[in-house]
Design a protein around this ligand. Structure first.
Ligand SMILES: Nc1ncnc2c1ncn2[C@@H]1O[C@H](COP(=O)(O)O)[C@@H](OP(=O)(O)O)[C@H]1O
Ligand SMILES: [Mg+2]
Length: 455
């Protein structure tokens, strides 16, 4: 627990607000906010994402891609209900997490009370359990509990202990609050509030271990929990696997706004700005996004995460970057060097000629960044013996692939989601790229330097 606390304290969001090096960014965006408020068309999403008089790279992209359509008309009949329910469930989960993160980090919530340490000393919060219960409940209501099998990260062991009574009651309240406001997404809330036993049941129902046959959902309720408790990036990841293959992926990124520039800055700045310009408009581009894709459709989509009481907006298609020159490419990797060797990736970057600084981001937001075209490469080389879990990758892989990118292990083989909870047989590490040329170069560099690495 002591280690956990010092871990969390490493980067207090309040301290990060005061970091001078980002002042230019703040000034730029304060200017943007003034123009946003003064814009007569500020209720029009496209106008405001286009930033009216300040044209951004993103706005041009929006105009080119103004094909905003509904899920039904885009993905065809197969899995349409599954995708629609999954996207809605992830939207609900994103709002739940935003509320918990706001209370925990920015409204002085009790971190020691609401953040617990798991056996491996990684953090788990009321958001992890609450999202798992909420998504499990929504899927079961939509398809019938007998038809829903879920592999997910959390269990109820520590939550059921007598000293966890207070955190359990926070979870129950959070789940009920979240479900009671889910109607805006067309989800019928429970007739009466869920009892504690029902919430525990919804969490513990996610006890599938996956495998090569049949259908199961894969859920990471809060991926990048460390980022979450530090007020930074995190993701909610939900995928559907059928006969060992990921067929649907939905990725909620509550702190990854539609405008990519925000990714370079600590979330604390975003919070300040969101307070200065009350995000009550559907068009406010400082809020997060939800990405989704269906296997084989060759299309991936992004919706803005809406605030206030607005419903879900139409989606726009996303594509990976067209950059294939290493000099211009950006690679992303985990923030924590314990999760992936920064030394090794630095060597790879040098040998293939990557010049840009790595984008270090918590969670599967890195997969989202590649799918959206905000970065070109994602690499992860965990320490020997670490077993990658399917919930940390399933949703992201299908979204990148359908957006036009490639995801394999370092031997060039697709990740195998058919072997249970873990990505068995993974060769050295994971490489996701916008295109084949960059992918080949990185794989070649791994081959050339692996034996001399300490991994
Ligand atoms: N020693 C380790 N090596 C590699 N990955 C690890 C790790 N310990 C934890 N992880 C995984 O890395 C995820 C976070 O990803 P990232 O480092 O890219 O932010 C964690 O997800 P959770 O936060 O959901 O537990 C966890 O599954
Ligand atoms: Mg995770």
């Amino acid at each position: 627990m002591t280690a956990l606390r010092s871990n969390l304290a490493t980067k207090s969001p309040q301290a990060l607000f005061l970091n001078n090096k980002n002042n230019n960014f703040l000034k730029t965006h304060l200017k943007f906010l003034v123009s946003f408020r003064n814009c007569p068309k500020s209720r029009n999403p496209i106008c405001c994402l286009s930033n009216c008089d300040q044209k951004t790279e993103f706005s041009n992209e929006m105009e080119k891609n103004s094909n905003w359509v509904s899920i039904e008309s885009e993905v065809g009949d197969k899995y349409v209900k599954e995708l629609e329910v999954a996207v809605k469930a992830v939207h609900v989960a994103c709002l739940l997490c935003q509320k918990v993160q706001e209370d925990l980090i920015f409204n002085g919530g009790d971190v020691v009370e609401n953040v617990q340490a798991k056996d491996d000393n990684s953090p788990v919060t009321i958001a992890d359990w609450s999202v798992q219960a909420t998504v499990s409940w929504i899927l079961s209501e939509a398809f019938g509990p007998e038809n829903v099998s879920i592999v997910a990260e959390e269990d109820i062991e520590s939550l059921s202990k007598s000293d966890a009574r207070s955190i359990l009651s926070s979870v129950v309240k959070t789940v009920n609050d979240s479900l009671s406001s889910a109607a805006r997404f067309g989800i019928k809330p429970p007739v009466t509030n869920l009892e504690t036993a029902q919430v525990l049941e919804a969490i513990s129902r996610c006890n599938s271990t996956g495998g090569p046959t049949g259908r199961f959902w894969v859920l990471d309720p809060v991926d990048g929990t460390l980022g979450f408790v530090r007020g930074d990036q995190y993701a909610i990841a939900l995928a559907l696997v059928e006969n060992g293959e990921v067929v649907l992926g939905v990725l909620g990124c509550p702190n990854y706004p539609m405008n990519k520039e925000w990714l370079n800055y600590q979330n604390g700045y975003r919070r300040i700005l969101s307070r200065l310009t009350k995000p009550d408009s559907a068009s406010w581009d400082g809020n997060g996004c939800v990405l989704y894709a269906k296997k084989g459709s060759k299309k991936a989509w992004m919706q803005p995460l809406l605030s206030g009481d607005k419903g879900v907006a139409s989606a726009r298609q996303i594509r990976v970057s067209t950059i294939d020159n290493p000099v211009l490419a950006t690679f992303c990797e985990p923030v924590e060097k314990a999760n992936s060797s920064h030394v090794f990736t630095q060597g790879l970057a040098h040998s293939v000629g990557l010049r840009n600084r790595p984008l270090r981001v918590y969670s599967m937001v890195k997969y989202a960044a590649i799918a959206r075209g905000d970065a070109e490469i994602f690499m992860k080389f965990a320490r020997a013996g670490y077993k990658e879990k399917i919930w940390d990758h399933a949703a992201g892989v299908v979204i990148i692939e359908e957006a036009g990118g490639i995801v394999t292990d370092a031997g060039g083989r697709p990740l195998d989601f058919s072997k249970g909870m873990y990505l068995q047989g993974l060769d050295r590490g994971i490489i996701a790229c916008a295109g084949a040329s960059l992918h080949d170069k990185i794989m070649g560099a791994v081959d050339a330097s692996w034996n001399s690495s300490s991994l």
